[in-house]
Design a protein around this ligand. Structure first.
Ligand code: CA
Length: 240
């Protein structure tokens, strides 16, 4: 299971930069600072990265589209932290990027220490409250603290087990396809054996200790259900 324990809770940072030298040194610096950095060299690639990063460092001079447009589209679809990192230092450029959703703006050349400080500052501002705990019957999943309780008793899950459970609890009753869980809990494109999911799912069920809480929908996927008195139960709940 060598692919699984790479998960370490590190924040994902996406570097959108078409200059390979700058991209490399940013990724290296971010990795050293404890982030999990990934780089793409075009605006189009930035818009299709999955799973979504927590922070985007966005160059404005990109080969395929204008960075401000990328900023606008990213902001339109998510609350991701966007820090523009660009050689364009004119006031008009700053205003356009900030108005189109950027959280901060840093002009090249800049020092890595300042960039890291700005990331920390924006993250502090952007996540004061955090998401609400998700509930289903006796189950409470807190995405902010990554704590899980069943009937008030805390259950110690591995990061992977937590990610799988989170996929299910965001919409109890919906059948979540195996591939969707693999993509969200593992990586954007999982081409390995899907049996690895069954192994983690079995461990997760054992730890939750509530029969029927995680249901297998044969040939389709998994869902939460079958909990007596579940607050999130839907009309489609399996009466099995
Ligand atoms: Ca550029």
């Amino acid at each position: 299971m060598q692919e699984s324990e790479r998960e370490d809770g590190a924040l994902r940072v996406l570097v959108v930069e078409d200059d390979p030298g700058i991209a490399r040194s940013l990724v290296r610096g971010l990795d050293r600072a404890g982030y999990r950095a990934q780089c793409v060299a075009s605006g189009r690639a930035a818009l299709t990265v999955s799973p979504p990063p927590a922070v985007v460092l966005l160059d404005l001079g990109l080969p395929d589209m204008d960075g401000v447009e990328v900023c606008r589209l990213l902001r339109h679809r998510s609350d991701v932290v966007i820090i523009v990192v660009t050689a364009r230092g004119e006031e008009g450029d700053r205003v356009a990027a900030l108005d189109d959703g950027a959280d901060d703006y840093l002009v090249k050349p800049f020092g890595l220490a300042e960039l890291l400080a700005r990331i920390r500052a924006v993250l502090r501002r952007s996540r004061p409250a955090g998401p609400e705990p998700l509930r289903h019957g006796p189950l409470v999943v807190d995405p902010r603290t990554r704590k899980v309780t069943v009937g008030g008793v805390e259950i110690a899950l591995t990061p992977k087990e937590f990610d799988i459970l989170e996929c299910l609890v965001v919409d109890p009753g919906r059948v979540v396809p195996r591939q969707e869980i693999l993509e969200r809990a593992w990586d954007a494109h999982w081409y390995g054996p899907t049996k690895v999911l069954d192994v983690h799912m079995a461990a997760l069920r054992r730890k939750l200790g509530t029969p029927g809480l995680v249901e297998t929908v044969y040939g389709r996927g998994f869902r939460l259900g079958g909990v007596t008195g579940a607050t999130g139960a839907t009309g489609a709940a399996d009466p099995r």
